[in-house]
Design a protein around this ligand. Structure first.
Ligand SMILES: Nc1ncnc2c1ncn2[C@@H]1O[C@H](COP(=O)(O)OP(=O)(O)O)[C@@H](O)[C@H]1O
Ligand SMILES: [Mg+2]
Length: 254
């Protein structure tokens, strides 16, 4: 069953066709990757799904419901959560507080109460705290709960970001380049954490440059080039695809 269905989606920036008639779907429970050279339209595609950018045409269905006209917070409330290509943790807050802010978006008192430490009911605050600690534990960073989030190593900051994204209880998690800036050991850890998230029943759609990570953990891969989908298949078939090999041989990042 498809959890996410992207159909004939288009996005133009002036004369640039950044996402060109892209169609694909993500089955419930899978890890799907979107790859392609720099500028291929991967981040733009994520921004269209999460509502951070309006699309020019096309449809996005989540759980069989059209979401392409909704605001980002409404899409988040439907059960889609995301992380960003550049880590965006709140400075001056601990790892635990960063995750609690992510949980507050789900609570009655809401995001701004979380940001500005406005009082919520005591029982609600306790629930938010316990759930956030559980997520730090799931991501194996519970020992850093009280450390300032932005002082942690990059790999740990990524894990805090994952925990914060999971705090809203999403069904679908969008990860934009989760291994960016990480060394090979941290990348291997992040790969393991992503499969751990999948094992919790959460569907994952990720954009990633690191081919070994993508090939290791993805069930299926979509390849974008200049805004167009040029291939969609299982990792073993993508590795043998001539057009894909061609665009990567022509790309210095590969
Ligand atoms: N807000 C924007 N305004 C104008 N052009 C943009 C904007 N965002 C992205 N682009 C352009 O759209 C293309 C796709 O960008 P992006 O989605 O960031 O690619 P990727 O994530 O695959 O590297 C690039 O040519 C980029 O310069
Ligand atoms: Mg990008």
């Amino acid at each position: 069953m498809a959890l996410l269905e992207v159909t004939n989606v288009n996005k133009r920036f002036g004369g640039l066709h950044a996402v060109n008639d892209v169609t694909f779907s993500v089955e419930k429970g899978m890890i799907k990757a979107v790859i392609g050279p720099n500028g291929a339209g991967k981040t733009t595609l994520f921004n269209l799904i999460s509502g951070n950018l309006p699309l020019n045409s096309g449809k996005v269905l989540f759980d069989s419901k059209e979401i392409q006209a909704l605001q980002p917070h409404q899409i988040a409330n439907c059960g889609i959560s995301r992380t960003f290509q550049n880590i965006k943790l709140f400075p001056g807050m601990t790892a635990l507080e960063n995750v609690m802010v992510g949980r507050h978006t789900q609570s009655r008192a809401g995001f701004f109460a979380g940001m500005f430490h406005l009082p919520t009911s005591w029982s609600e605050e306790k629930e938010i705290r316990n759930k956030s600690l559980e997520l730090l534990d799931l991501l194996e960073i519970e020992q850093f709960a009280d450390a300032e989030a932005t002082s942690l190593a990059f790999g740990q900051q990524r894990a805090v970001e994952f925990a914060r994204a999971l705090a809203s209880d999403p069904q679908l998690l969008l990860l934009d380049e989760p291994a960016a800036g990480l060394n090979i050991y941290e990348t291997a850890e992040i790969a393991r954490l992503i499969t751990k998230i999948q094992s919790q029943g959460i569907t994952v759609l990720l954009v990633e440059h690191d081919m070994s990570l993508v090939m290791d953990i993805s069930d299926e891969i979509v390849v974008l080039s200049f805004g167009r989908k040029i291939a969609e298949d299982q990792p073993s078939a993508i590795q043998k695809n001539k057009e894909v090999i061609q665009i990567y041989l022509g790309d210095d990042d590969a």
